[in-house]
Unconditional design. Structure first.
Length: 107
């Protein structure tokens, strides 16, 4: 592996969803960004919370219900979300779901 870059051939395979539970793993972390992959078992939920940093979610597989502030939205492969810091949000996986979270650190 070259230390000048990070290469992952199949991002969705980095967090195969457990049957029951939530798996998370940090893929990358530096002074500007933190990349975390999540695997949610069907029916698993990350309860509503906020973040001190802006964040990006990209859904890679599965189907989920996403709460953003007062809105409830469907998420599926290809769904992209940018959230400002402080926005209430939560995720409930309807099927086994994999998503990538990018936390954008302040300068």
């Amino acid at each position: 592996m070259n230390p000048a870059y990070t290469y992952i051939n199949d991002l969705a395979q980095e967090a195969v969803p457990p049957v029951d539970g939530i798996l998370s793993r940090t893929l990358y972390n530096d002074e500007r960004i933190k990349a975390v992959i999540f695997g949610f078992g069907a029916g698993q939920e990350l309860s509503e919370h906020t973040s001190t940093m802006p964040a990006i979610l990209e859904f890679l597989s599965g189907e989920a219900t996403l709460t953003l502030g007062d809105d409830t939205l469907d998420a599926r492969p290809g769904t992209f979300v940018h959230m400002p810091a402080g926005l209430r949000h939560g995720i409930r996986a309807m099927t086994p779901t994999v998503l990538l979270l990018l936390l954008l650190k302040p300068e």
